[in-house]
Design a protein around this ligand. Structure first.
Ligand SMILES: *Cc1c(COP(=O)(O)O)cnc(C)c1O
Length: 408
């Protein structure tokens, strides 16, 4: 049914929306594969591993599909770790990067056998005192390089809560030495979007300088931040150039280090963003004195990125793709301001038409909520041209499931 191309067609999306109802998240497996292969190709000259940052989209089928491509799993909570294990990952292929969690959660992850990344001095010291060299760890550093993107998703700045500042290197060394900690990896994740390869390379250089101070390293994890285009003409991370330069840099550093170092990355958005489509229905066309609003059967309860990050999602009318273009402001049905996009040129929208939001695979469903007691949408996976339901939409019972009715 679907074209085997990179992008699902309007006609195909309409068919899926008709079959499964709206609102609905639709994911295209083969597009995830294309993205994974792009990364593999770009970094082919270095010994590189990719761990899918599953907080972007945790549907277990998506996680399993990405595992089948050969990726590891990057997790930020013990629940994501357990999801990964349930999906069938070997603990050694799971990387766990918590921040500000209780040490007992990290110990629980250790007991499950996954790779542990420690991101603050307090835990590092407690960990060293408890476990010494019995369980190797990775250390998350903050190189204080700001790699673009929205301030809310930049983690490299001076006020960021993430990582241990590189200026605390001496303190890290004291703890490592006196507790005999075995540090097999260093990690950084500077922010969400790499627009400039040179800025990224500066952070990589800082990592090398620091790495030279450690004896037991086996890998350097450079996080993520691969930027994808959200609309035509958007700057994207030049993945080929990044792969070329970073591979060259790590191979050079590796040659001067005690042993060959593996390069690790944790892409989330890059793998799943463009594979995702969010299809909604136009409920109401509302003309005010200044604006033509399209009110859709969704809101920031389903897709919060436009409101939370000022993110741009391209919106198209897939039911009337040849209609005359008009200027619309697309809003949700939530009792809060929830504008998906101002002044968008969209083919004439009639009540009942389906609209699609592109690039909805990452941080779309995953950040959804039941605000306004609205139901979360269904998720459908397209593989080999065939749509399959991978999550049913909420029903009213889901809203009440954990509530306890008491006598009043
Ligand atoms: C969120 C996150 C990622 C993935 O970021 P993307 O921008 O989705 O690629 C990778 N590593 C860590 C530690 C993260 O918190």
């Amino acid at each position: 049914m679907a074209k085997q191309s990179d992008v699902l067609s309007a006609d195909f999306l309409v068919k899926v929306a008709e079959e499964f109802g709206t609102p609905v998240y639709i994911y295209h497996a083969e597009k995830i594969k294309t993205q994974y292969e792009k990364l593999q190709k770009a970094f082919r000259k270095a010994d590189t591993r990719f761990f899918y940052a599953c907080k972007a989209l945790t549907n277990i089928n998506v996680i399993r599909y990405i595992q089948s491509l050969g990726a590891g799993l990057d997790t930020v909570s013990i629940q994501e770790v357990m999801l990964g294990l349930k999906a069938g990952f070997n603990p050694k292929d799971i990387f766990y990067t918590p921040n500000c969690v209780d040490i007992n959660e990290i110990i629980a992850a250790k007991d499950l056998g996954v790779n542990i990344n420690i991101d603050n001095i307090s835990i590092l010291e407690q960990w060293g005192n408890k476990f010494g060299d019995s369980y190797p760890i990775c250390i998350r550093l903050n190189p204080h390089i700001m790699a673009g993107g929205n301030y809310k998703i930049s983690t490299g700045h001076v006020d960021s809560k993430f990582g241990i500042s590189i200026h605390q290197l001496r303190h890290i060394e004291r703890i490592v030495k006196s507790t005999k900690l075995k540090v097999t990896g260093l990690h950084m994740h500077t922010g969400s979007e790499i627009k400039d390869v040179d800025v990224f390379l500066r952070a990589v250089d800082i990592m090398f300088e620091i790495a030279a101070n450690f004896d037991d390293l086996e890998f350097l994890d450079l996080g993520s931040g691969f930027k994808v285009a959200y609309q035509p003409g958007d700057p994207e991370t030049d993945i080929e150039l990044l792969g070329e330069k970073v591979s060259e840099a790590i191979n050079k550093f590796s040659a001067s280090y005690k042993r060959p170092l593996q390069l690790w990355f944790e892409p989330g958005k890059f793998l799943v963003s463009q594979a995702g489509y969010f299809v909604v229905k136009a409920n109401v066309i509302k003309q005010t004195t200044a604006t033509v609003f399209v009110g859709v059967n969704s809101g920031f309860n389903h897709l919060i990125r436009p409101m939370f990050y000022d993110a741009f999602h391209l919106i198209r009318n897939i039911s009337h793709p040849k209609g005359t273009e008009r200027i619309y402001t697309v809003v949700g049905n939530i009792c809060e301001t929830d504008t998906f996009g101002w002044d968008r040129k969209i083919n004439e929208v009639r009540e009942g038409d389906f609209l699609v939001f592109y690039n909805a695979g990452a941080y779309g469903f995953e950040m959804s909520s039941n605000f306004n007691s609205r139901l979360k949408p269904a998720e459908v996976l397209i593989k080999d041209g065939k749509p399959q339901l991978i999550r049913r939409a909420d029903v009213l019972e889901d809203l009440l499931r954990n509530q306890i009715e008491i006598a009043l």
